[in-house]
Write a protein that binds this ligand. Structure first.
Ligand SMILES: Cc1cc2nc3c(=O)[nH]c(=O)nc-3n(C[C@H](O)[C@H](O)[C@H](O)COP(=O)(O)O)c2cc1C
Length: 381
C-alpha cells in the first residue's frame, strides 16, 4: 500500500513541469497539456459543428486541459474536404456553429485552436467536387479509413494546377479569418499525417517539376505560402502554428529519406515564418526520429526558436513531463489519452490513476455517438 502511494506521489512530482503556465502567441495557457487534434466525423452533413461536439470539446477544458486543438476542419469547397460529417470553416453557418463550441471551452477557462486541414489525395468524401487532387498523380498507399466511413483504395488524384493551388492557399487564409471571427484563440495548419501539405513535403508523392517540387527546400514551399497567407489574413495577435510529422495515416512508419538534413531545412524554414509554435507528432514522441539521435520534437527545438508542442504516446505523466524537463518540447498534446480521460489533467494533479486507451472508443466509427455508447456500456466517466 505504502509503495503504491509512493509510486503515485513520485508520478505527481515528476509531472510538475506540465502544470506551469505557458506564454504563446499573445496568450497565457494555464498549463502545458493540450488536447491533440482528433477527427470525430460528428458534424452535420453540411459541415456544421453540433451541440454534442460543443459538449465534447468543453469537457476537455472542464477536465483541466490548458488548450484544445480541434479536429481537422476543411478549408474550402474545392478539394479540401476529407471525410463525411467532417466540420468545415467555409461559410458563415459553419463559422457560427463553431462559435458555440468556442464559447463552451472559454466558459471552462480553456483556450481553443482550430486545426485547418486540406485532405488532398487522402480525401474519402467530398460533396462539392468529384475526384481528388494531390501534388502528383500518385495513388496513395494503403486503404481508406473505415473509422471515418471509408472503404477500399484511395482514388488516383489529379495533380493540382497552379490555379487550384492558389484556391487551396486562399482557402486556408479564409478559414483562418472565419476561425478568428468565431472566437478561436488561434489556428493550427495541418502540415502532417499525409494530408495535402504533407503530400507536397513527401518525396515519391510529390513528383512535380514546378517550383513546388524537387528537393526538400522546394517541397516545403507550399507550407510557407500557406503560413504567409494565413498570417497576412489574420494579422498579428492571433496564434498560428503548424503540425509536422513523418508518419502518415496511410503509411504509419514513413521516415524522411534525407534524415536530419531534411529536418534542418523544414524547421529552419518554419523558424523564419510568422508562426507561434511547431507541433511535432511521432508514434512515440521521445524516440529518435531517425533510428538514433534526437527526437523529432528535439530537432524542431534544435533548428528553430519556436515553442514546440510534442505529441505521440505521452499519456503517462512522467513521460510527458520528461519531454519538457529535457528541453525537447515546451508543451505536450494528448490524443488517445485525452479521449480516455477528458479530465486527464485533473486526474493527474489529483494523483488518480490513468488507464490505457481502449480502441472500443473509436471502433467501428470514431464518432461521438460510438463513444457515448462505449461509455454507457463500460459505465465509465
Ligand atoms: C480518432 C483520432 C482522430 C485523429 N484525427 C486527427 C486530426 O484530425 N488531425 C491530426 O492532426 N491528427 C489526428 N489524429 C492524430 C492525433 O492527433 C495524435 O497525433 C495521435 O493520436 C497520437 O497521439 P496519442 O498517442 O497521444 O494518441 C487523430 C487520432 C485519433 C485517435
Amino acid at each position: 500500500m505504502r509503495a503504491q502511494q509512493n509510486q503515485t506521489r513520485v508520478d505527481v512530482l515528476a509531472a510538475a513541469p506540465l502544470f506551469t503556465p505557458l506564454e504563446l502567441g499573445g496568450l497565457t495557457l494555464r498549463n502545458r497539456v493540450a488536447v491533440a487534434p482528433m477527427t470525430r466525423v460528428s458534424a452535420t452533413e453540411d459541415g456544421r459543428a453540433t451541440q454534442q461536439m460543443a459538449e465534447y470539446y468543453s469537457a476537455f477544458a472542464a477536465g483541466g486541459f490548458g488548450l484544445v486543438i480541434t479536429e481537422g476542419t476543411y478549408t474550402d469547397r474545392a478539394f479540401s474536404q476529407g471525410y463525411r460529417f467532417q466540420p468545415g470553416l467555409t461559410d458563415d453557418a459553419q463559422r457560427d456553429a463553431w462559435s458555440r463550441v468556442v464559447e463552451g471551452v472559454h466558459r471552462q477557462g480553456g483556450r481553443i485552436f482550430a486545426q485547418l486541414m486540406h485532405a488532398g489525395a487522402l480525401s474519402q468524401w467530398n460533396p462539392y467536387n468529384s475526384g481528388t487532387r494531390g501534388p502528383s498523380a500518385v495513388k496513395p498507399r494503403g486503404q481508406q479509413m473505415t473509422i471515418y466511413h471509408g472503404s477500399g483504395d484511395y482514388s488516383l488524384p489529379e495533380p493540382l494546377s497552379q490555379e487550384e493551388i492558389s484556391v487551396a492557399i486562399r482557402g486556408f487564409a479564409n478559414a483562418a479569418v472565419r476561425a478568428r471571427e468565431a472566437g478561436f484563440d488561434g489556428v493550427e495548419i495541418h502540415g502532417a499525417n499525409g494530408y495535402l501539405l504533407d503530400q507536397f513535403l513527401t518525396a515519391g508523392v510529390n513528383l512535380r517539376g514546378d517550383r513546388y517540387g524537387g528537393g526538400i527546400e522546394r517541397r516545403v514551399r507550399l507550407i510557407v505560402e500557406v503560413v504567409e497567407a494565413v498570417r497576412a489574413a489574420v494579422g498579428a495577435n492571433f496564434a498560428v502554428g503548424v503540425r509536422i510529422s513523418q508518419g502518415k495515416v496511410n503509411d504509419f512508419t514513413h521516415k524522411w529519406s534525407e534524415g536530419e538534413p531534411a529536418a534542418a531545412v523544414v524547421f529552419e524554414t518554419l523558424d523564419s515564418l510568422p508562426l507561434d509554435y511547431i507541433h511535432t507528432t511521432e508514434f512515440e514522441a521521445w524516440q529518435p526520429a531517425f533510428g538514433a539521435g534526437l527526437s523529432l520534437a528535439a530537432l524542431a527545438k534544435k533548428y528553430s526558436r519556436k515553442p514546440v508542442l510534442a505529441n505521440g504516446g505521452l499519456h503517462a505523466p512522467a513521460q510527458a513531463a520528461g519531454m519538457i524537463d529535457r528541453g525537447e518540447a515546451d508543451f505536450v498534446s494528448l490524443g488517445r489519452g485525452a479521449l480516455m480521460h477528458p479530465d486527464w489533467v485533473r486526474k493527474v494533479s489529483g494523483e488518480r490513476a490513468i488507464e490505457e486507451f481502449d480502441r472500443g472508443l473509436i471502433l467501428p466509427i470514431a464518432d461521438l455517438e460510438n463513444a457515448r455508447r462505449y461509455v454507457e456500456r463500460m459505465g465509465r466517466r
